[in-house]
Design a protein around this ligand. Structure first.
Ligand code: UD1
Ligand code: MG
Length: 454
């Protein structure tokens, strides 16, 4: 099979989304648009890749370099249209023989299989010019494919459409596979005699010899959404979410309501896990098998191990939750919390930079920050680690099987030995040896007849 090089058009000014940032650096499902496209492209394993950049080029190049270690880029200079961009891209492909796949940076939801189909059919038909078309619900803004006797004979941009042509539903996806040798000469014939005074890549269709078949693959519209406006970005979030929930359901993950979750592109979920509604899973979160993530929980950049139960409205950030552990409802695990297996963190418990050993229970209303808590310890309701003196943070260390009575404060730095017992309402100001009972005796006085109801 002949070689495939790719030119990615990524230089446009993104005027229609009215943002100071290039649209390719905006995120959908927590992933930059240019990265979503680049990751799919990488799977195709093209022989050479050229990004045509200009607006915010340094940021775009840096973003691409997170995925591709080896790629070329060229600065388009003042962007003068998609054909001008391709012409610039060809400067890096002077010696290349084969076919050139042209991708629009703002069309990121393409599947690998449709790209493979484009390559296969292009070769099968011996085409020199092939493209993807689609029928979006609202074709406004896209170039329309003009057919005569079912054969494609033209592509007309929205601004140039005559009234009756606006009814045409079949649109140009902006993705092409073109024989390199032909492209290198045909591109020079394109002029900018149109309303936008741009060099339209779509005009290439008029240069295709009449005896050469133009391969057009009709593609599911969700794969060809072009992100030009904020409305397109909102549609993009919906499409990406549907792609992600479908992928996970096919892998055995259950969703009580797949339309009402928020999932980001890089998350992983194991089979037999159930995701309830209004759950958000963000960043590089990995959820194991047989977990349940209950309504309203938000988990980012965390690892939730097999069998864990995250009860409603818990927030977990950059943390690890062990096997069969229960969190919530209304728990907040802040960064660098590590909870061991079979533990239980309950209502209104906040943790930060804290290690809780296996079997630890902190069931109600506590703040545990900068702490190490040994296995099977029990943290009573209202326990607070006083980790901050206004300038520095200090560590609280508890051994194994420690019992902390309710409403206790541990003033760090402090260490409590294994099996120690802290009485309710105690303020721990110095270390407690193993097996000891720590209390701050306070005497209770009952004053008889205090309340005199006559
Ligand atoms: C383009 C097609 C249109 C198609 C649509 C599909 C043309 C003339 N029109 O329109 O037929 O239906 O895509 O989504 O090609 N870019 C550059 N340099 C430039 C101009 C654009 O690199 O000088 C890049 C943009 O950053 C963008 C891509 O090319 O990623 C497409 O450009 P855009 O302006 O979005 O074209 P559309 O109007 O969407
Ligand atoms: Mg576009």
């Amino acid at each position: 099979m002949s070689k495939v090089a790719t030119i990615v058009l990524a230089a446009g000014k993104s005027t229609r989304i009215k943002s100071s940032r290039s649209k390719l650096l905006h995120e959908i499902a927590g992933q930059k648009v240019i990265t979503t496209l680049t990751k799919t492209l990488k799977k195709l394993q093209p022989d050479q890749v050229v990004y045509v950049v200009n607006h915010q080029k340094d940021k775009i190049i840096t973003e691409v370099s997170h995925t591709f270690s080896d790629f070329d880029w060229v600065d388009q200079g003042e962007p003068k249209g998609t054909a001008h961009a391709v012409k610039k891209g060809l400067e890096k492909l002077i010696k290349f023989r084969g076919d050139i796949l042209i991708l629009a940076g703002d069309v990121p939801f393409l599947s690998l299989s449709i790209l493979e189909k484009l390559v296969t059919r292009h070769h099968l038909n011996n085409s020199i010019f092939s493209l993807l078309s689609f029928e979006p619900e609202n074709p406004h803004g896209y170039g329309r494919i003009i057919r005569k006797n079912n054969k494609a004979v033209g592509i007309i941009e929205e601004k140039e459409l005559k009234e009756e042509e606006k009814k045409i539903k079949e649109c140009n996806g902006g993705i092409y596979l073109i024989q390199a040798q032909w492209l290198k000469t045909a591109i020079d014939k394109i002029e900018n005699k149109n309303k936008k005074q741009e060099f339209y890549l779509t005009d290439l269709i008029y240069e295709v010899p009449s005896d050469s078949e133009i391969t057009i693959i009709k593609t599911p519209p969700e794969e060809l959404l072009g992100l030009n406006t904020r409305t397109h970005f909102a549609q993009g979030e919906k499409i990406r979410k549907q792609q992600l929930t479908k992928k996970f359901m096919e892998a055995g993950v259950g969703f009580l309501n797949p339309d009402e979750v928020y999932l980001e592109a890089e998350i992983e979920i194991g089979k037999d896990t159930i995701i309830e509604k209004d759950v958000a899973l963000k960043g590089k979160t990995v959820i194991g098998e047989n977990c349940r993530i209950s309504q309203g929980s938000i988990i980012s950049d965390s690892i939730i191990e097999d069998g864990a139960l995250i009860k409603p409205y818990s927030v977990i950030e950059d943390s690890v939750v062990g096997n069969n552990t229960q969190i919530g409802p209304f728990s907040h695990l802040r960064p660098k919390t590590v909870v061991g297996d079979n533990a239980k963190i309950g209502n209104f418990v906040e943790t930060k930079k804290t290690r809780l050993g296996k079997g630890v229970k902190a069931s109600h209303l506590s703040y545990l920050g900068d702490a190490v808590i040994g296995e099977n310890s029990n943290i009573g309701a209202g326990t607070i680690t006083c980790n901050y003196d206004g300038t520095n943070k200090f560590v609280t260390t508890l051994g194994k099987e420690v019992f902390v009575g309710s409403d206790s404060q541990l003033i760090a730095p402090v260490t409590v030995g294994d099996n120690a017992y802290i009485g309710s309402g105690t303020t721990i100001m110095k270390d407690v040896p193993p097996n000891a009972l720590a209390i701050n005796p306070k005497q209770q006085k009952n004053i008889a007849g205090w309340n005199q109801d006559d």
